[in-house]
Write a protein of this length. Sequence first.
Length: 128
Amino acid sequence: MSELKYCQGPECHMHKTQDRIKGPKGNKTYQTRRRSSFYYGGGNFCSLWCQNNWFERFGNRAIDHFGRLTEAKHLTEHNAWYKDCDYDWRGGDNQYSNWRFINSITKEQRPLTEAQYDDSNYTLNTGE
C-alpha cells in the first residue's frame, strides 16, 4: 500500500470543498488534502490553486536559495544537443529505433545506442 502524503499548499485547508471537511459530527474542520499521489508540482500539490499559492508565498525564497539567474543563458551549438528516436507504429509493441543526438542549431546528427538513450546523465552538451 502506498504511503499517504499531504498537499504542500500553504492554504489548502482554507479552500472549502467537501473532500477537505473532516472530523466527528459536531466538530468538523477543513483539513489539508491527503492522498497517495498528486498531479501538480512534481506530485506535491493537489491543484494548480495550491501550487500557485505556494509559489506566491515561497517562490522568491526558493529561487534565491537554489540560484537566481543574474545573466541571460544562451543556446549555442555546444549546448544545443538533444536526444531523439524514431517510433515504428507498424511494429506493434512500442517499437523504438534509430536513437540519436540532434543539434538543434547545426542539425548535425550522431547515433546513439539504446542504453545511451535511456541514460539520463549521458549528454553531448558541453557548455551553457
